[in-house]
Design a protein around this ligand. Structure first.
Ligand SMILES: NC(=O)c1ccc[n+]([C@@H]2O[C@H](COP(=O)([O-])OP(=O)(O)OC[C@H]3O[C@@H](n4cnc5c(N)ncnc54)[C@H](OP(=O)(O)O)[C@@H]3O)[C@@H](O)[C@H]2O)c1
Length: 329
């Protein structure tokens, strides 16, 4: 079925002003694809890297933007089974293109939504929640009694990570840039909130852990935090560098990991942890179960009209948002 869709088309890299809207006739879904009418679309920091063209593999232009959404199926491509018209699905990945009223998507990325989960909540949680799922359960499995340092603890990924780590029984030390954000982090399960714009977070971590250091650091801030994050680890601890909101991580001298205590460093991506359909489905089921049990929830969702995506980008990159940001068509 062809439909008219409002699609955000990225024709050049740059500031939020490069985001522009087009009306487009969307063709019928190709074999193996489903067509979706979006109900809610999550905004992620990766969308900003994509828009700026700073990602390791920049998008081929022109391109759509947006890597997650929730919608209902309006058409099925040839050979698609296991989905039905009108069914609600969520997805993470596929070609960027979630900033649109309708889109076609590889059926392999669609996940059926259980009854009772609100579309906006799912859009707020699916990409960020699946990120937290793989970070704390599969990349470095965190167990009760572990101590974790988590940067940007009041952000989208950060608030969900605080909730889930708290439920596991870990001690969560979170960094944030303001007193208001410290409140948000604490309300989501952060045990110790450090204002890293005012305080030396390495010194505070040493104080909180009695000089021992933490078991794991989850660092999505990058340039501004990476070096000190390494110095917050206990011997044989792990630094998970999973983002670069402040800029790229500087080159690493591998020999220094030995001198600092036989440390581990990994740079994971959700793409590699959800590429295999069985792993993707199992991760989504674990996230939905955590949502249904109240272990994770989108506690602070900021919504914008889809047509205000530019404003959403401005607020996210100016560090004005807490929790998740969602666009509503
Ligand atoms: N590797 C993966 O698989 C993967 C998957 C999903 C997300 N991520 C990464 O996870 C991070 C969080 O994503 P999100 O969508 O939930 O965003 P977010 O955390 O809501 O927003 C980014 C936060 O980073 C902090 N920050 C520190 N320095 C900054 C700077 N110079 N400019 C802007 N922000 C700065 C800000 O918190 P404060 O104001 O408190 O400092 C800001 O709110 C991003 O780095 C993203 O790329 C990685």
């Amino acid at each position: 079925m062809t439909v008219e869709s409002e699609i955000l088309r990225l024709s050049e890299f740059g500031a939020p002003e490069v985001l522009s809207w087009q009306k487009q006739v969307l063709p019928s879904p190709a074999p193996g694809e489903v067509q979706i009418r979006h109900l809610a679309i999550g905004v992620n920091y990766i969308d900003i890297y994509h828009r700026r063209g700073v990602y390791a593999a920049p998008l081929a232009l022109p391109s759509g933007l947006g890597v997650e959404g929730v919608g209902e199926i309006t058409a099925l491509g040839e050979g698609v089974s296991g989905f039905a018209l009108g069914q609600r699905v969520a997805y993470v990945g596929g070609p960027p293109g979630a900033y649109a009223t309708y889109r076609n998507l590889p059926a392999a990325r669609a996940i059926a939504l259980p009854e009772g989960l609100d579309s906006t909540q799912v859009a707020a949680l699916i990409f960020k929640g699946l990120t937290v799922e793989y970070l704390i359960h599969r990349c470095v499995p965190v167990t009760r009694g572990d101590t974790v340092l988590l940067h940007a603890a009041a952000g989208g990924v950060g608030t969900i990570a605080c909730q889930w780590l708290h439920a596991i029984g870990a001690t969560v030390i979170g960094t944030v840039s303001s007193a208001e954000k410290a409140e948000v982090a604490r309300a989501n399960g952060c045990d110790h909130a450090i204002l890293y714009t005012d305080e030396d977070f390495q010194a505070r971590v040493a104080e909180i852990t009695g000089g021992k250091g933490v078991d794991v650091v989850y660092d999505s801030v990058g340039a501004d935090t990476f070096a000190k994050s390494l110095d917050c680890l206990r011997a044989r601890g792990t630094l998970v560098s999973f983002g670069e909101a402040s800029g790229p991580v500087p080159p690493l001298n591998v020999a220094s990991l030995g001198a600092k205590g036989s440390l581990y460093v990994t740079r994971p991506s959700i793409a590699h942890y959800t590429a295999v359909r069985a792993e993707y489905e199992a991760a989504a089921q674990r996230l939905f179960a955590a949502m249904q049990a109240g272990v994770v929830r989108a506690s602070a969702v900021t919504t914008y009209a889809l047509s205000d995506a530019r404003k959403a980008h401005e607020d996210l990159e100016a560090r004005r948002t807490t929790g998740s940001v969602v666009l509503l068509p």
